[in-house]
Write a protein that binds this ligand. Structure first.
Ligand code: G
Ligand code: G
Ligand code: MN
Length: 519
C-alpha cells in the first residue's frame, strides 16, 4: 500500500514568499543597523582618542615642569612648585621625587618620614618611562591609580581622568594603548584584555575601529554584538512577525490577482455555454440628413458570477486564452437573428460586427458568416465587419483574407483608424471599403491638440479615397458641424445621436427617426 505524502498539500508558495520577505527584512535591518553602529563606534573612538591624547599631553607637561624645577628636590620651594603643578594640571593627582627606587616626597604629602619603595613597574615604555596600572601599592593602599616614572619624577594620574570616555552602552568597549609598545593603558567595557595591546586584525569582535594620535596613544573601540544580533529578543520577534506578515500579504495579493484572471477565463468559458452574452446596437447616422443607415453590434456580458464585465476587458482575455472565436460566432448569430427583420425591411441598412484579428485568420469564419446570412436571409451587401489591430500582424497575408470577404460582397471596415497599428500601413494593404476614424480625433475638435491637426490631415486623405467615412464618438453639435463642413458624406456614430441599445429599443428608435421624429 502506498503511503500518502502530506507534502502534496504543503502551502509551498506562501511559505516561500514569507521566507523571502523574512530574509530580505533581516538582511536589510542587519546592514542598516551595522552601518549605523559602525559610525557611532568610529565617532566614539575618535572622541576617546582625542580625549586620551589630551590627558597624556597634560600629564607629560606636568612632568616636564617638575623635571625642570630649579630647586633642590624635595626642598620647600620645590614642593611649592610641585603643589602649583597639581593646580595647573587637572589630570594630575600627585607628583613627587624618587630616589633609589623610593618615593621620598610628593606635592600632596610633603617630605615622607619614611621613604616608600616602588613596586616593580608593570611596563617600561620605549622612551624609558616606567608605568604602573591600577597600582594600590603606594601612598593610599585602598585606591587604585595609574603612575608613571620619568627620570626621578613620579606622576600619579587622577582616578577620574578617563570618566568622560566611560561608555554607557554595555555592548561597546574601548582599549587605550601605546602604539609602539602595544601596551594597554586602560580598558573600558567588556574587553578586559590587559597584557597585549590589540590591533584591529586581532579582535574577534564583529565591529571594531582603531586609530592612533601623534602622542603615541591609540584607541580601539569594539562592539561585541552588531546588526540584528544586537537586537533584544522582543525587537527581533517584532521584526520577524512584521516581515512574515508582509510576506503573507504580498503572497495574498499576487494570489488574488492570479485567481481573478483565472476565474475570468473560467467564467468566460462558462458564459459561452450558459449564453450570458447579449447584444446592443448603436445607430450609424448619415450626417447630411441625420438618417440612420446602419448599426454597430456591440457585445455585452452580464456574468452570473462576476457581474457586468466591460468588453474591452473580456475581449482581451478571450483573445489571449483562445476563446474569442466562440464568442465571435455567438455575436454573429445573435446580432443577425435580432436584426433580421430590420435588415429585411430596409435593404440599404447595414449591420456592422466587430472582429478581432484572430477571427479574421480563422478560415472557418467566412463559411460560417455565409451560412448564417443564408439562414437569416440577409444580403451580403448589408454586412460590415470591423477590424482593429491590437498587435502587429502580417498585414500582407491579411489582405488576401480581406479579398475573400470583398469577393463575397461583404464589407470590411478599418476600425479605430489613426490609433495603434490601424494606420496608413494597413490602409495600403487592406482593401477596406470603410474607415472608422477613432473617437480620439472626433473629440479633439475645438481643442488645439495635435489630434485636431491630424484630423485635418485625415480629412484630406479620406477625400482621395473611395471609401465610406465613419466618425466615431460624436458627442457635441460643434463636432457634428465641423465634420459636416469638411466631410459632407460622413457617417457618424456617437452619443449625440444615440447610445448603444438593445434590439427592442432600437426598433422603436428607428420607427421614430424614419418618421421624422428623430433628432
Ligand atoms: O462600446 P463598447 O464598450 O461595447 O466597446 C468596447 C470595445 O470592445 C470596442 O473597442 C469594441 O470594438 C469592442 N467590442 C465590442 N463588441 C465586440 C465584439 O463583439 N467583438 C470584438 N472583437 N470586439 C468588440
Ligand atoms: O472600437 P469601437 O468603435 O468598436 O468602439 C465603440 C466604442 O465606442 C464603444 O465602447 C461605444 O460604447 C463607444 N462610444 C460610442 N459612441 C461614443 C461617444 O459618443 N463617446 C464615447 N466616449 N464613446 C462612444
Ligand atoms: Mn467597432
Amino acid at each position: 500500500m502506498q503511503v500518502k505524502v502530506f507534502s502534496k498539500r504543503l502551502p509551498v508558495e506562501p511559505i516561500i514568499s514569507v521566507l523571502i520577505c523574512l530574509s530580505i527584512a533581516l538582511w536589510a535591518t542587519h546592514v542598516v543597523l551595522q552601518k549605523k553602529q559602525w559610525t557611532a563606534l568610529k565617532n566614539y573612538s575618535d572622541y576617546a582618542l582625542n580625549y586620551a591624547s589630551g590627558v597624556t599631553a597634560d600629564l607629560k607637561t606636568g612632568v616636564v615642569s617638575a623635571q625642570s624645577s630649579p630647586y633642590t628636590a624635595c626642598s620647600h620651594n620645590d614642593l611649592e612648585l610641585l603643589r602649583d603643578l597639581l593646580w595647573q594640571h587637572k589630570y594630575l593627582k600627585d607628583i613627587g621625587h624618587v630616589q633609589n627606587g623610593n618615593l621620598i616626597c610628593s606635592a600632596e604629602r610633603g617630605v615622607l618620614k619614611e621613604a616608600v619603595a616602588l613596586p616593580p613597574a608593570d611596563a617600561v615604555l620605549n622612551n624609558g618611562v616606567s608605568f604602573w596600572r591600577n597600582s594600590s601599592a603606594l601612598i593610599r593602599t585602598h585606591f587604585e591609580m595609574d603612575m608613571t616614572l620619568t627620570g626621578s619624577v613620579l606622576a600619579i594620574t587622577s582616578p577620574f581622568a578617563f570618566d568622560a570616555i566611560r561608555y554607557p552602552d554595555p555592548t561597546v568597549s574601548a582599549i587605550i594603548y601605546s602604539k609602539n609598545n602595544r601596551y594597554v593603558f586602560k580598558t573600558f567595557g567588556f574587553n578586559q584584555q590587559r597584557d597585549l595591546a590589540p590591533s584591529a586584525k586581532m579582535t574577534s569582535a564583529p565591529l571594531s575601529y582603531a586609530s592612533c594620535s601623534e602622542v603615541n596613544v591609540c584607541v580601539m573601540g569594539e562592539r561585541d554584538r552588531a546588526g540584528i544580533f544586537s537586537l533584544s529578543f522582543s525587537q527581533l520577534l517584532i521584526l520577524v512577525f512584521a516581515s512574515c506578515l508582509s510576506g503573507f500579504g504580498l503572497y495574498s495579493l499576487v494570489h488574488k490577482a492570479r485567481k481573478h484572471r483565472h476565474s475570468m477565463v473560467y467564467h468566460l468559458k462558462n458564459a459561452i455555454t450558459k449564453d450570458e452574452f447579449s447584444i446592443v446596437f448603436q445607430p450609424k447616422i448619415r450626417l447630411s440628413d441625420s438618417m440612420p443607415v446602419g448599426v454597430e453590434a456591440l457585445v455585452r456580458w452580464d456574468s452570473h458570477a462576476l457581474g457586468v464585465v466591460r468588453p474591452d476587458v473580456f475581449i482581451e482575455v478571450a483573445e489571449k486564452y483562445g476563446l474569442i472565436r466562440k464568442i465571435t460566432h455567438r455575436v454573429i448569430d445573435l446580432s443577425m437573428a435580432q436584426m433580421q427583420t430590420t435588415l429585411d425591411a430596409k435593404p440599404d441598412f447595414t449591420l456592422s460586427i466587430n472582429l478581432s484579428i484572430q477571427d479574421l485568420t480563422d478560415l472557418s469564419l467566412l463559411p460560417f458568416i455565409l451560412a448564417k446570412a443564408k439562414q437569416y436571409k440577409i444580403q451580403h451587401e448589408q454586412l460590415v465587419f470591423e477590424i482593429t489591430e491590437r498587435s502587429a500582424g502580417d498585414s500582407v497575408s491579411l489582405s488576401d483574407i480581406v479579398k475573400q470577404y470583398t469577393e463575397a460582397d461583404i464589407s470590411i471596415s478599418l476600425d479605430d483608424f489613426g490609433t495603434g497599428y490601424s494606420n496608413l500601413a494597413w490602409l495600403g494593404h487592406l482593401n477596406a471599403s470603410e474607415i472608422k476614424v477613432d473617437k480620439s480625433f472626433t473629440q479633439s475638435i475645438g481643442t488645439d491638440s495635435i489630434n485636431q491637426t491630424m484630423l485635418d490631415a485625415i480629412f484630406s486623405l479620406l477625400q482621395r479615397l473611395n471609401v465610406v467615412r465613419v466618425f466615431e464618438g460624436v458627442e457635441t453639435q460643434e463636432q457634428a458641424d465641423y465634420i459636416l463642413k469638411y466631410c459632407p458624406q460622413a457617417i457618424v456614430q456617437g452619443w449625440l445621436y444615440a447610445k448603444p441599445m438593445p434590439i427592442d429599443q432600437l426598433q422603436s428608435y428607428l420607427s421614430q427617426t424614419t418618421n421624422g421624429l428623430g433628432r
